[in-house]
Structures are given as structure tokens and as C-alpha cells.
Ligand binder design. Structure first.
Ligand code: HEC
Length: 391
């Protein structure tokens, strides 16, 4: 352990005090033993005889040892209470935040989930896997868990602390050196607990402010991208429904007067038969014009993209924007915690990518519970065809 915070510095000193105390006791006992052997033991022309000691020496030894133990006890209390006291931000730390003077602790939420840490910063930005903090600044880490007990542990910076479901645990510390620090998963939390490492990057206060602003922009871009795709879809769907309704009206104006439950008009798509909905979807696929043509051209390359159930890279784009871009970046070329996918072996073929998304691993969460099989195969297709394939 190389301490890089006031708290771990105290603990480190205490460890050394304990070590030297043990060393002193060890040496003293052995010297005493050897001395006794030489004084009382058998030797050339000498027979062993029982040692006789006065009561005085017994009291002196007992008193000395008691004093020593009390001294260690008191030192232990002093150093551990210093170690757990909250370190204040120094003048080299984050003294202003968003243009305003900053004094209190910088509060960051850390959420443990199987099997990755998520960090939420004061400006709404978040990051997975890696926590970025400013140096020389009092940090309050509010630890929570969504599933089982996870332990947040970076020995160089702070005491190990548990994140317990249904409870918030506060951890205060200050990092006094810039650099990257790691800790291993130290509580068994399920099959993939080992790669759930704790990773902290300590940066200058200026760099920290830049980081959270960049991070916030990236997240916003990702979310807007996803909303745009969603919006386009809804628009298209609404158009087709409208057209469909008009056609119906033309074909059989009498039908309109049919007793039709509650809602009428183009919005009541649930009212229509499933046949109609299917028709609308088919039309969507055909009516896509250039888009459909493009897609058909692209699909000629991949044999498996034949009939029903073929993964759709187009549908996968939205899944990617919502679930993956936060780590792998908006374009999949790496970002916060996730590697550039064009460099990854499993991103090159459909089966590998599907497997990675389903089971996770290597610091990536499993999506088996959050995404459907169809979404997984679509997003895998998007990774293989568009990101790695460079479409
Ligand atoms: C919390 C961050 C995070 C999220 C979210 C995430 N990934 Fe990953 N992903 C990673 C990390 C870290 C690795 C590196 C794993 C390794 O080195 O084995 C990775 C690796 C990969 C790989 C390559 C695996 C290999 O070993 O070749 C693929 C493919 C992949 N991710 C796809 C996705 C897709 C698709 C999504 C969205 C459904 C996604 N990832 C979401 C962090 C993430």
C-alpha cells in the first residue's frame, strides 16, 4: 500500500508502529531467553540450576509490559480517529465549482450493481467503471447497491466500505496525488465479481470540471440521438396510420358509422385489426424508398440476412444509443470505460457480439435481463455491420 490520502497515511503510520512494537517485543523476549540460558544453563564444568528471581523483577517486567500495551492502545486510538476524521479541502483542491466558491464536500453517488460501479456527479453527469475526482478535495462518496452487498475498496485512498442494498453509506476521503488507483472486488457478489474492480482517477480540479462537462454533453448527445430515432419512428407510424385511415374511409364510408367502442379517428390504432397493423408495417418496410433499397443492397453481402427474424442493424442503432454509448461512445469508438469496438475480437462477428452483450464480462454488465433476445441480436448486428463494418 502506498498511501495517497491523509486517512490512509495515518493507517500506514499505525501499521509501522505496530510492526516495530512487535519487533521490540520479539527481540526483548529472545534476548531475555538467551541471557537466562547463559546465566542458568548447563555449560562446561557447570550444572544447570533453577533460576531464582526476586518479586521485584517480576513486578518491573509486568509493569513495563503493561505500560507498553497501554501506549500501543492509546496510539491506536489516536491514529484511527485521525484516519476517520473528515479531511478538508485544501487551497490546491476544488475551491470553486461552476463559478461559485466551493467549500463543502463534493458529493458523488456510487451505485454498485452486478457487476459494475456507476458514479453520479453533482451536475447530472455519470460514468461507469471509473470514478474521476479532483485532487486535494474533500470527497463524500454516497454508496448504494441495487442488488447485493458490494465493497468499494481503493487501499491507497480510503478505507474499504460496503454498499448495502436499501441503505446509503457515506465515505469521506481526500486524494492528495494525481494518478490512477485501483482496488479489487473484495466481497463475493456473484459469478462476475472479479472484474468488478474499483478504479479511481485523480485529476486536477480544472480537469475535473472539464471532465464532468464533457461527460454531461456526451450523455445528452446520446439521449437526444435515441429520442430522435424514437421520434422519427413515431412520426412514420403516425403517417401510415393516417393514410391507412383515409384509405379505409374511401373504401367503405359506411363502416365509419359502425358502433366502434370509444375512440374513433386515426389515433385509435388499437381498434384496428391486427391485419391492418401488419399491413401498415409492411408498407413501412416497402415505402421506406431509398432507405429500403440501401438496406437491401447491404444485406446482399450477408447470407444469413434472408427471411424472417434476421437481425436488423437499423433497429440496433437505437438500442446502442440507449444502452451502450455511455461506455463505448456515441459512435462505438470508445469513451468512458468501454473500449473502441473496432479493436475488439468479439465485435467482428454476430455470434461473438451477441454472446458478449448477453453475458457481459471483462467489466461490461450482462444485458440478458434488460434486453430482449431480438434487441440483443439487433444491437449485435449494428455493432458488426455499422460500427466495425464502417457503414
Ligand atoms: C458499463 C459499460 C459498458 C456498457 C454499458 C457496455 N459495454 Fe460493451 N464493453 C465494456 C467493456 C469494459 C468491455 C471490454 C471487455 C473485455 O475487455 O473483455 C466491453 C466489450 C464489448 C465487446 C467486445 C468483447 C470482446 O471481448 O471482444 C462488445 C462487442 C461490446 N462490448 C458490445 C456492447 C454492446 C452492444 C453494448 C450495449 C448493449 C455494450 N457493449 C454496453 C463496457 C460496456
Amino acid at each position: 500500500m502506498t498511501p495517497h490520502s491523509p486517512g490512509t497515511g495515518q493507517i500506514n503510520t499505525l501499521i509501522w508502529i505496530g510492526f516495530f512494537a512487535a519487533l521490540i517485543v520479539f527481540v526483548a523476549i529472545n534476548l531475555g531467553l538467551f541471557g537466562a540460558l547463559r546465566r542458568f544453563g548447563a555449560g562446561r564444568g557447570r550444572t544447570a540450576h533453577a533460576p531464582r528471581a526476586s518479586q521485584g523483577i517480576q513486578w518491573r517486567v509486568a509493569g513495563g509490559l503493561t505500560g507498553f500495551a497501554i501506549l500501543l492502545f492509546v496510539l491506536g486510538i489516536i491514529f484511527t480517529s485521525n484516519a476517520t476524521s473528515t479531511p478538508k479541502t485544501t487551497s490546491a483542491g476544488l475551491t470553486s465549482f461552476k463559478g461559485k466558491p466551493f467549500t463543502g464536500p463534493l458529493v458523488i453517488h456510487a451505485t454498485g450493481q452486478q457487476w459494475i460501479w456507476r458514479y453520479d456527479y453533482p451536475n447530472g453527469a455519470f460514468s461507469y467503471y471509473k470514478l474521476v475526482i479532483p485532487a486535494h478535495t474533500e470527497i463524500e462518496l454516497d454508496l448504494e447497491s441495487t442488488d447485493v452487498i458490494h465493497t468499494w475498496s481503493v487501499p491507497d485512498l480510503a478505507p474499504k466500505t460496503d454498499a448495502v442494498p436499501g441503505k446509503v453509506t457515506h465515505l469521506y476521503f481526500r486524494a492528495d496525488a494525481e494518478g490512477e488507483f485501483f482496488g479489487d472486488s473484495s466481497t463475493f457478489s456473484g459469478q462476475s465479481y472479479a472484474p468488478m474492480r474499483t478504479n479511481v482517477e485523480v485529476v486536477s480540479p480544472q480537469r475535473f470540471e472539464e471532465f464532468i462537462v464533457e461527460q454531461q454533453k456526451g450523455i445528452k448527445a446520446g439521449q437526444e440521438g435515441a429520442e430522435k430515432i424514437e421520434g422519427q419512428k413515431n412520426e412514420e407510424l403516425a403517417e401510415f396510420e393516417e393514410e391507412e385511415a383515409k384509405e379505409r374511409a374511401k373504401e367503405s364510408p359506411a363502416e365509419e358509422t359502425e358502433p366502434a367502442g370509444e375512440g374513433e379517428g386515426p389515433e385509435s390504432s388499437e381498434e384496428g385489426t391486427s391485419e391492418e397493423n401488419e399491413e401498415a408495417k409492411e408498407e413501412e418496410a416497402e415505402g421506406g424508398g431509398e432507405e429500403a433499397a440501401e438496406e437491401a443492397a447491404g444485406e446482399e453481402g450477408g447470407e444469413e440476412a434472408a427471411a424472417g427474424g434476421a437481425p436488423s442493424a437499423e433497429a440496433g442503432e437505437e438500442v446502442f444509443a440507449e444502452n451502450c454509448s455511455v461506455c463505448h461512445g456515441a459512435t462505438g469508438h470508445g469513451g468512458n470505460g468501454g473500449p473502441d469496438l473496432t479493436t475488439m475480437p468479439k465485435a467482428k462477428e454476430q455470434a461473438g457480439a451477441e454472446e458478449q452483450v448477453t453475458n457481459g464480462g471483462g467489466g461490461m454488465p450482462a444485458f440478458a435481463g434488460t434486453l430482449s433476445e431480438e434487441e440483443i441480436s439487433n444491437v449485435a448486428a449494428y455493432v458488426v455491420e455499422d460500427i466495425v463494418g464502417g457503414k
